[in-house]
Design a protein around this ligand. Structure first.
Ligand SMILES: *[C@@H]1O[C@H](CO)[C@@H](O)[C@H](O)[C@H]1NC(C)=O
Length: 462
């Protein structure tokens, strides 16, 4: 099989300083490997690529705009530059037992380490919500409960300066526990919502493991479902996720609820899922519970629309025909473990390393999550090129995806090599796409796409 590695250049740029800090060399064996003096930077000084790759002093964060400091404007993920800011929220490690030695047996029929963009059970719609939990999430849970609808949440453990979700003072622990109690599925969406293609292999692994530690603290289990932020996951990323026992879930309905306050989300969702009957179709939808519009309005609309068309609303695991015990693994044995009935370890105090300024008090009684600057959230929108926190414009962080989309390769049974463009819009570099067997036969979408491809080929050839 031929795997493309379009992001080598990016790694080379960011890996060098880390290699020096860590004292051993990484995958970067290019000509610039010659040891150089590490530039250090104190509070207020420049850091990162815009300042000669200077690394902030211990405890300091390197803001997106390239300055060392503390507090949410400097430290929150994913904006904080991990390689240059030792204090970045994304570099924090949650208290609790590391899962890095957990065995990763692969169980069930849903494949690991490949792109899964479609449900397989006809007549089902899986609603998924990314990037939370956040202050709106309890209201969404209320809505889902009122409608008796299960959904799937892809959790980010420490983004936007909201604090570590397993820190008892963050207020997020009971919200995630309620998800399980209410019958929803919980998957991982990384620790601090970094672009998995733009960080080093060590950072990529830590993004997965740290979120596992936090989720084990909260739920007592490790999820086996994962969605990469921005749907960006190159060959190395898919391989790692396969090794760590993850089913990599994308989507085929993109509500783009982060765009213009969700102005087009309802019509996009409706037009996609109403294009064929529940007898021949199934859908996997993407939205974000950090969006007020989504929680206040879109969620109910998505439920009503699907039900009115005769679809059944289910979790991602269910729409892939995977039983609930396979959605998680036991942190000690690695074996399948139903989250309902699993017990998390006793709460641990998180060392007060957090430099985020989320305005939380250190009170011990029933903490509530607090509202934070919503620009701190980096939704699964196209790569960021403009300013984020603190009003400072970032140096360009453009990562091309369109250029790495073309091409195709393998033919493992069940793993289809085509790059099926999503009807819902933007998609990024799937390495291999898994199309469930039940879908291959009768899929209107696939037929349409193949038909279109033939037309294009014929047209180009003539
Ligand atoms: C914004 O830029 C100013 C200098 O122009 C700098 O002092 C400050 O630390 C920067 N803030 C962030 C969050 O990068």
């Amino acid at each position: 099989m031929r795997l493309r590695r379009p992001f080598t250049a990016l790694f080379a740029g960011s890996a060098a300083p880390i290699a020096l800090v860590a004292g051993h060399s990484l995958e970067n064996d290019g000509p610039q490997q010659r040891p150089t003096v590490v530039k250090r930077a104190g509070a207020g000084a420049g850091c990162g690529p815009s300042a000669g790759n200077a690394i902030c002093d211990a405890g300091l964060c390197c803001s997106e705009g390239g300055f060392c400091g503390t507090g949410g404007a400097f430290c929150s993920g994913p904006a904080c530059q991990l390689s240059y800011g030792p204090g970045c929220d994304g570099n924090q490690v949650p208290a609790g037992t590391s899962t890095s030695n957990t065995p990763r047996p692969k169980f069930g029929n849903v494949p690991y380490g490949v792109d899964i963009s479609h449900c397989s059970v006809k007549g089902q719609v899986a609603l998924t919500f990314d990037d939370g939990p956040y202050i709106y999430t309890p209201e969404l849970l209320d809505t889902l409960k009122r409608n008796n609808v299960p959904a799937t949440f892809f959790i980010v453990g420490n983004n936007a300066g909201k604090g570590q979700v397993s820190d008892p003072t963050s207020g997020y622990t009971p919200i995630i526990q309620r998800m399980i109690a209410d019958g929803h599925q919980v998957g991982s969406h990384t620790w601090s919502h970094q672009d998995m293609n733009a960080i080093t292999p060590q950072q990529r692994r830590a993004q997965i493991i740290n979120n596992e530690i936090a989720l084990v603290n909260i739920l007592g289990v490790i999820p086996t479902y994962f969605r990469p932020p921005y749907t960006r996951c190159g060959a190395d990323c898919y391989q790692l996720l396969g090794e760590l026992g993850y089913r990599v879930v994308n989507y085929d309905v993109d509500t783009r609820d982060w765009e213009n306050g969700g102005a087009n989300s309802k019509s996009v969702y409706q037009s996609i899922i109403s294009q064929s009957s529940p007898a021949v179709s199934q859908w996997l939808s993407l939205a974000h519970d950090v969006q007020e519009f989504t929680v206040h309005s879109l969620a109910q609309f998505m439920i009503d629309t699907a039900k009115n068309l005769g679809f059944q609303l289910v979790t991602v695991g269910e729409c892939l025909g995977d039983p609930p015990s396979n959605w998680y693994r036991d942190p000690s044995t690695g074996q399948p473990r139903d989250a309902r009935g699993a017990t998390p370890p006793p709460p641990q105090r998180v060392p007060t390393t957090s430099s985020s300024s989320t305005g939380k008090s250190s009170s011990t009684s029933a903490p509530k999550p607090t509202k934070i600057a919503e620009t701190n959230f980096r939704l699964d929108a196209p790569p960021i090129t403009t300013s984020g926190t603190g009003g400072n414009t970032t140096s360009s962080r453009v990562v091309s995806s369109a250029s790495s989309r073309a091409g195709s390769s393998t033919s493992t049974p069940g793993v289809v090599s085509t790059r099926v463009p999503d009807i819902g819009g933007r998609r990024a570099v799937p390495m291999q796409e898994y199309i469930p067997a039940t879908r291959v036969g009768g899929s209107v979408t696939l037929g349409l796409v193949l038909g279109l491809a033939c037309m294009v080929l014929f047209w180009a050839g003539g």
